[in-house]
Design a protein around this ligand. Sequence first.
Ligand SMILES: [Zn+2]
Length: 130
Amino acid sequence: MSTPFDPSHLPPVDWEPAPPVTGGELARRVRTRRTRRRFLKAASGVAAGVVAAGGGLWVWRAATRPREYDYGGITCSEVEPRLERLLAGQLPEPEATRVRTHVAQCPNCGPALEALRRKLASRGDTASDG
Ligand SMILES: [Zn+2]
């Protein structure tokens, strides 16, 4: 008859059990960390590029910004935020006259007022349609 299976008759296991973290696993972890660091470096490089581009754009805009005019005792940067209220008739009178005087002579604010007027008109049209 055959003998029952007995594991103790098997040759002893002479290889050591694998450590929890094998060399391959360790290498993979190191590689992951290195990849992440490379990614962060690349990301920060991209961020720096974006900042540089933004700064360049800012400089470009500052350089190409139309120069400030002073008509009617008021400057373009003071007129611009008042244009919408002027069109809406919400600007108090001494101020409204100064803004109108400025816009009438200013090569920047004249077209800006026209563009705003058109924009508000088209917005009003679409609003009344709904
Ligand atoms: Zn102006």
